[in-house]
Design a protein around this ligand. Structure first.
Ligand SMILES: Nc1ncnc2c1ncn2[C@@H]1O[C@H](COP(=O)(O)OP(=O)(O)OP(=O)(O)O)[C@@H](O)[C@H]1O
Ligand SMILES: [Mg+2]
Ligand SMILES: [Zn+2]
Length: 512
């Protein structure tokens, strides 16, 4: 009896399991059987493996081959097992040394010509392999850089199955499987951001709103006429947020790996900025789809910023569907036979025009919309998602005087203030399980020991009595006031912090 064993990885979403590929080759009628819950693509692997083996010059021939993928209870998907299957067969018939291939995870598709081909999800697969104690992977040449992002993992590659088999065979003569040479630059340094907050002239209120949002992790709505700089501001939020830890950057990149979108330039520690178009489908925003369950924009923005430009143009059902992921920090997609969980800890920035014509109404503004049009427009935004948005700020047209002003603070300077404010929050909330003011439930802030003296909350209390804010709005103002205090180095919000927060709450024309 001949048995060959090697490893592969079963991925479900970004969660991976190291799988043992166990091959038994025996006498009997020619067959190639695959057990252990393979999906359709995987069930077709035997054809690819046979063709690739023929091209490699080491045909499998007419033997009875039985492969089990264990643990058998985990569903296995895709074409990434191809290489592992081939190597397990070769180990079973002693074409390659069984002991050498046993601990190695093989993650590549096989072309009919024997070439090792790219698969999606290499990064989460290698991370899973590492967590399971595996120290060596073999991937296609295109995937070497991606696999190499994982610390301490030995990565090998080969152009073709034939080349890999030759390398394994050479081990018997004292050769070694060369680590892949073409590693990408591991660039831990964040590449200097191409955009900077200093590019934005004027817009003092919006700039300080952006800083507050960054400091406390608050969702933000920018409301203003076309061309006032809303998109510019939103893009610059990631330049003032703290850089990611290596672990966070890998988590975030693992999601994009499933979409085949990992850059080869090394690990970028700047938080991701994801800006889906308003014509985007629900599935591409939240995740899912009719075929494979792919992650959506909200998961691609994990640990970063999700920007919805022209937010009123997104369908109400789409905005509504974002609410739950943003609250829980994850997306759960349940299908008949599977349940996939994607991370989705993203900060939301919405941009909107004040009305359909974009000019805005009120003193000195030249809106040409009918009141009914304006109301219908505002109503589209005012759904449940806006409940979660702590800051609404007006972004007016830029004046000539604004453009001629001295350049404002750079991203680096603002980022440092944000960092200090976050440090203060961490010290305060960590014992209670939060990191940022934006995560603290309102009632907590209304109770001791966090309750503020009435001298500090006088303006807010009055607004509540006059019906200018709801109780929910009251809580959001408190959260924001804490962020303002943290940015100013105060141990608790003073009347001016509450006043500032209240302004960001009530000035928005979209919803008070
Ligand atoms: N405050 C500003 N400071 C410097 N340049 C600005 C400012 N506002 C706008 N601009 C210039 O105008 C261009 C358009 O700005 P941006 O796209 O950010 O506006 P917007 O508010 O998003 O408009 P729209 O509603 O049409 O999307 C920018 O690329 C920039 O060159
Ligand atoms: Mg824009
Ligand atoms: Zn108008």
């Amino acid at each position: 009896m001949s048995i060959g064993v090697t490893k592969g990885v079963a991925l479900r979403g970004v969660t991976g399991h190291l799988v043992e590929i166990e091959c038994h080759v025996g006498p009997g009628l020619p067959a190639f059987e695959l057990g252990g819950l393979p999906d359709r693509a995987l069930r077709q692997a035997p054809q690819r493996v046979r063709a690739a083996a023929l091209s490699a010059g080491a045909p499998i021939g007419s033997r009875q081959i039985t492969i089990n993928l264990s643990p058998a209870s985990i569903p296995k998907q895709g074409t990434g097992f191809d290489l592992g299957l081939a190597i397990a067969v070769y180990a079973a018939v002693d074409v390659v040394p069984a002991t050498a291939v046993r601990p190695v995870a093989h993650l590549a598709e096989l072309g009919l010509d024997g070439r090792l081909r790219h698969v999606t999800g290499v990064l989460p697969a290698v991370l899973a392999a590492q967590r399971a104690g595996c120290e060596h992977v073999v991937v296609a040449p295109e995937d070497v850089a991606e696999a190499g992002l994982v610390d301490g993992m030995r990565v090998s590659t080969a152009e073709s199955l034939g080349e890999l088999v030759a390398a394994y065979r050479a081990l018997r003569r004292g050769g070694r499987l060369e680590p892949a040479a073409a590693r990408a630059a591991r660039g831990d340094g964040t590449p200097s951001p191409a955009v900077d907050l200093a590019d934005v002239s004027g817009q003092h209120e919006a700039r300080s709103a952006l800083m507050l949002a960054a400091a406390g992790g608050h969702h933000l709505l920018l409301n203003g006429p076309p061309g006032s700089g809303k998109t510019m501001l939103a893009e610059r939020l990631v330049t003032i947020l703290p850089t990611l830890t290596r672990e966070q950057a890998l988590e975030s990149l693992a999601v994009r790996s499933l979409l085949g979108e990992v850059p080869t330039t090394g690990l970028d520690l700047q938080p991701p900025f994801v800006a889906p178009h308003h014509s985007a489908s629900l599935a591409s925003l939240v995740g899912g789809g009719s075929g494979a369950v792919l992650p959506g924009a909200v998961s691609q923005a994990h640990h970063g910023v999700l920007f919805l430009d022209e937010a009123a143009e997104f369908g109400a059902s789409v905005l509504q569907a974002l609410r739950q992921p943003l609250e829980s920090g994850q997306v759960v997609i349940a299908r008949a036979r599977e349940r996939v969980v994607y991370p989705a800890r993203a900060q939301l920035v919405l941009a909107a025009n004040p009305c359909p014509c974009g000019e805005g109404y009120g003193k000195g503004l030249s809106c040409t919309c009918r009141p009914t049009q304006r109301r219908a427009y505002a109503a589209r935004l005012r759904g449940p998602l806006l409940d979660r948005v702590d800051i609404q700020v007006q972004v007016p047209k830029v004046s000539l005087a604004d453009l001629n002003e001295a350049p404002p603070d750079s991203s680096a300077a603002v980022a440092e203030r944000v960092r200090q404010a976050r440090e203060a929050q961490r010290r305060r909330w960590e014992p209670l399980g939060w990191q940022l003011n934006g995560q603290v439930p309102g009632p907590v802030l209304r109770r001791r020991p966090w309750r503020l003296p009435s001298a500090a909350t006088a303006s807010l209390d009055r607004a509540l009595e006059l019906g200018q804010v709801t109780v929910r709005g009251y809580d959001r103002v408190l959260r924001l006031a804490w962020s303002s205090a943290d940015l100013h180095g105060r141990t608790a919000p003073a009347a001016e912090d509450v006043g500032l927060a209240l302004m960001y709450r009530t000035q928005g024309a979209v919803a008070a």
